[in-house]
Write a protein that binds this ligand. Structure first.
Ligand code: HEM
Length: 568
């Protein structure tokens, strides 16, 4: 549930908990809609399979000049918060009237929209009308509308080919009524440390009640380590399923843990070391979670009037990772001495942030043994079952070890105690990074896998280079080799160099251990061109390897702030 979208608003002031003071628009402007042009009719049109985007439903980048051209009633586009929508079909359904809505046509209408009704859940209403992301030159916008920030939830539902099929098949009805506004703790006012900062933001808040205020908060505070992040809750439903989205802000790399007990859905979200608990007492009973974005089966197939009662607890820093029970789903060979163990939580779902790890706790002969593993995402695994509740762990067997011989022989349905997530890797360190060098040895490759995928998928700023130097003893020790080759063939920005310390006579690649000549040849010798501020280096491997790498990087005058060493 790596959701970064910030969206929390009611679409109508009839929602419970909606306060008059939230509205800045006057009722005089409201038109009565012709019969056949009401909200329900608009939802029906959206679900009818008609292409409301006018461009075939392919989400793409729109430049301001193109947006400008779509300004007539027959062909009207409008942009809000960096997203461009085709509003042509929505014109007769707009409760404020078509003329009013046309005021926003052909331009970035964010300010206009926010002046009148910032609480409207425009993104849900126009979910089928999304043309693409507005290309913007202003750095401020980039904070929020990083194209890598592509709002996974919505995109799943609107993306071109899938949308029509999925929606009719699933009887999709979008939410449109988020829970009571008064319960949104969009400012952590209870935290006295922040009172000074909060005061300075009061003006913005008054101007833009609700979520826009939060955008301002996030913009200024997102990267301040000791400020609990604002988080938001949204939901949508079909007859049989409830989907809950928690919005945590850009680059926040959240971890979550969720559990369901009939009408109680408990979600724990951790962002930058702050833990928040969201408790939802639903209108009716739920069954199990379906996957990590918390889609839960309803006990009875019906549409609920509202989602239920949501309470978002205060932020706390006392985050002691909890111990959870897991079961083994699969155990298969990865290399000659490494197994890929697939495990799933016995209850609920767990999300481990990029670059973080879990710990396996095992009691053997009365003593507890603990070992850390970074889960490997589905992308790297040749697995038919891409179930999002699974964690895949690459476990190397050390014959003289205590834990690994036991873990590598686990089989289906065996129990495991797991704690997590653990780690200090902060994704926002990579915010401005265009070139990344990854130095990994042996099973130290696992945290790099998430970083590689993240860097290559982001576009703002566009990542220019991901260079992996992967150190192993012999050819047969190399994990995920095929995956690397495939990726390198597909994406020229990614390169991998394998370096073996004990290569066979047939090995034609690099040989040796980590050394300054090798690293300086990569960094300075020309295979990587970079600007100092946009370079980052990650290191992961056995302790001696990490020390050696750090020493070399120090000698090459790479600043500490540009290096992150993963430790278990
Ligand atoms: C940006 C240009 C827009 C303008 C100038 C505009 C203007 C207005 C006005 C004057 C009203 C009546 C105010 C009231 O009394 O509630 C209204 C209501 C409404 N507008 Fe817009 N609007 C715009 C965009 C949008 C968009 C993009 C959406 C959603 C897709 C939207 C959805 C609504 C809804 C749902 C209402 C009814 C609000 C309520 O009942 O509280 N509007 N709009």
């Amino acid at each position: 549930m790596s959701v970064r979208k910030l969206l929390f608003c009611c679409i109508c002031n009839k929602c419970p908990g909606f306060t008059e003071s939230s509205s800045s628009a006057s009722n005089d402007n409201k038109r009565s809609l012709k019969s056949g042009n009401e909200l329900i009719d608009w939802i029906r049109l959206g679900n009818s399979g008609v292409d409301l985007t006018g461009v075939g439903g392919r989400v793409r980048i729109v430049c301001p000049a193109e947006l400008k051209k779509h300004c007539t009633k027959d062909d009207a586009w409008l942009a809000i918060r960096g997203r461009v929508y085709n509003i042509t079909h929505y014109l007769p359904y707009h409760p404020g009237g078509a003329e009013e809505l046309m005021r926003g046509a052909g331009r970035d209408a964010t300010e206009l929209f926010d002046k009148i009704h910032p609480w409207i859940n425009y993104d849900s209403l126009l979910v089928k009308c999304l043309v693409g992301n507005l290309r913007s030159d202003t750095p401020d916008n980039d904070i929020f509308f990083d194209a890598s920030d592509s709002f996974p939830e919505s995109d799943l539902l609107i993306s071109s080919s899938k949308a029509g099929v999925q929606i009719t098949n699933r009887n999709y009805i979008t939410n449109f009524t988020t829970p009571p506004k008064k319960k949104i703790p969009y400012l952590q006012a209870e935290n006295s440390q922040n009172s000074r900062k909060i005061k300075s933001l009061k003006q913005d808040e008054a101007l833009f009640p609700g979520f826009l205020g939060t955008l301002h908060v996030l913009k200024r505070e997102a990267y301040a380590e000791d400020v609990p992040p604002a988080i938001f809750f949204d939901w949508e439903q079909t007859l049989t399923k409830l989907t809950v989205a928690i919005y945590t802000g850009p680059m926040s790399n959240p971890s979550t843990y969720s559990q369901i007990a009939e009408r109680n859905l408990l979600i724990k979200v951790t962002v930058n070391g702050w833990i928040r608990t969201i408790k939802l007492i639903t209108e009716d009973s739920l069954l199990e979670s379906l996957h990590t974005s918390i889609i839960a089966h309803k006990a009875e197939s019906k549409i609920w009037k509202c989602c239920g009662e949501v309470t978002i607890g205060p932020a706390s820093k006392d985050f002691s990772p909890q111990i959870m029970s897991f079961k083994v789903v699969d155990n298969k060979k990865l290399t000659h001495d490494t197994r890929l163990l697939t495990i799933t939580p016995c209850f609920g779902t767990v999300i481990i942030p990029i670059g973080h790890h879990i710990r396996i706790h095992q009691t053997i002969a009365g003593s507890e043994y603990i070992r850390s593993y970074t889960p490997v995402s589905n992308y790297w695994i040749d697995s038919k079952s891409h179930n999002n509740t699974y964690l895949h762990l690459a476990i190397k067997r050390y014959d003289n070890g205590i834990l690994s011989p036991m873990l590598t022989t686990l089989s289906f349905k065996d129990d495991l105690k797991v704690s997590g997530p653990h780690g200090t890797f902060a994704l926002h360190k990579l915010k401005l990074i265009k070139t990344i060098l990854l130095l990994a040895a042996g099973s130290g490759i696992t945290p790099m896998l998430g970083v590689i995928k993240f860097m290559l998928s982001r576009t703002n700023p566009l990542c220019e280079r991901v260079q992996l130097l992967f150190f192993n003893k012999t050819e047969k020790d190399i994990m995920f080799q095929e995956g690397f080759e495939e990726l390198a063939n597909r994406d020229q920005r990614f390169t991998v160099v394998h370096i073996l310390s004990n290569a066979s006579s047939t090995w034609t690649g690099c040989k040796g251990r980590i050394n300054i000549e090798l690293i300086s040849a990569v960094l300075i010798g020309g295979s990587m061109t970079y600007e100092e501020d946009s370079l980052f280096i990650c290191v992961c491997g056995p302790t001696e390897f990490s020390y050696a790498a750090l020493k070399i990087l120090k000698n090459l005058r790479i600043g500490e702030s540009s290096i992150y060493v993963f430790t278990g």
